[in-house]
Write a protein that binds this ligand. Structure first.
Ligand code: HEC
Length: 157
């Protein structure tokens, strides 16, 4: 019985290792600086989300709004300059839609002051974090390599 359990455990560990080893997410090739910008925005999204949850735990709806607002479309417009044209349309749309969710959250926290509503909105919005992380990964490409790749493409089209 114990041996069977051990074998099952080993099988589970090895299959999950195989499953996670292969990263099938679409690669976004960005420069080191662009990658830095995206990841910085990501960390702001994570810490903003934590701040919203902390505010919700004390029904502090003014603080919810204060922390949701900077994650809204204003954040997207700041990033746009650095990343114009570098990211796929689907990626941008998912990102924009998430920023709109945070603007809506901020507005409703001010007008409706309903923590349950905010929780539902936050939970729904976070399905977009999950969807995007399932679909994409970022690779930093040296600027020279990117140029070469462009020239390469140019030759063949
Ligand atoms: C439109 C796409 C997209 C959305 C939406 C998105 N992310 Fe990301 N995020 C990424 C990508 C791409 C990476 C890099 C993943 C990789 O290269 O493995 C990333 C990385 C991160 C990281 C790691 C940052 C680091 O410094 O390495 C955190 C944290 C993160 N995201 C949090 C979030 C949170 C929280 C949300 C939702 C509130 C979110 N993201 C929504 C695309 C997205």
């Amino acid at each position: 019985m114990r041996i069977t359990q051990m074998i099952i455990a080993c099988l589970l560990i090895s299959t999950s290792a195989i499953a996670t080893d292969k990263d099938n997410r679409q690669i976004l090739a960005l420069s080191e600086a662009q990658r830095g910008h995206v990841l910085e925005e990501m960390r702001a999204l994570l810490s903003g989300t934590q701040s919203i949850l902390a505010a919700l735990s004390t029904d502090d709806m003014a603080s919810v709004s204060k922390h949701a607002r900077p994650l809204g479309l204003g954040m997207a417009h700041k990033a746009e300059d650095h990343l114009k044209g570098m990211l796929p349309k689907e990626f941008m749309q998912l990102g924009m839609s998430l920023h709109r969710d945070f603007d809506q959250m901020a507005a409703d926290a001010e007008s409706k002051k309903d923590p349950k509503l905010t929780l539902r909105q936050l939970s729904d919005a976070m399905t977009k974090c999950i969807a995007c992380h399932d679909a994409y990964q970022i690779r930093a490409t040296p600027a020279s390599a990117q140029t070469q790749e462009h020239q390469h493409r140019h030759h063949h089209h």
